[in-house]
Write a protein of this length. Structure first.
Length: 119
């Protein structure tokens, strides 16, 4: 099993920045790609960003491209999401996920951290 714990959420004004962290523990050798997703009230969960195990490949939703940056520090088993130029529509619970190397799917999820952007 892999445990994921997010931190860094909060309340910020539009145009501001936040940095989310996701600390992994347990069988971390069994995961590869890591990702961030978000879910706003009344909406479906949506993909935000992902990063390969090596960090050499990153993927972004069009809505955050150019504003958010995903990175990882494998020595610390931590993934980060730097969010700049935040907009009210970025308000959501942000969840970290880890892709199982065996299943090839996002098999492990954190509890989420709330991000609220005021206008």
């Amino acid at each position: 099993q892999v445990q994921l714990v997010e931190s860094g959420g909060g309340l910020v004004q539009a145009g501001g920045s936040l940095r989310l962290s996701c600390a992994a523990s347990g069988r971390t050798f069994s995961v590869g790609k890591m990702g961030w997703f978000r879910q706003a009230p009344g909406k479906e969960r949506e993909f935000v960003a992902a990063i390969s195990w090596s960090g050499s490949s990153t993927y972004y939703a069009d809505s955050v491209k150019g504003r958010f940056t995903i990175s990882r520090d494998n020595a610390k088993n931590t993934v980060y999401l730097q969010m700049n130029s935040l907009k009210p529509e970025d308000t959501a619970v942000y969840l970290c996920a880890a892709q199982s190397l065996v299943a090839g799917t996002y098999s492990y999820w954190g509890q989420g951290t709330q991000v609220t952007v005021s206008s």
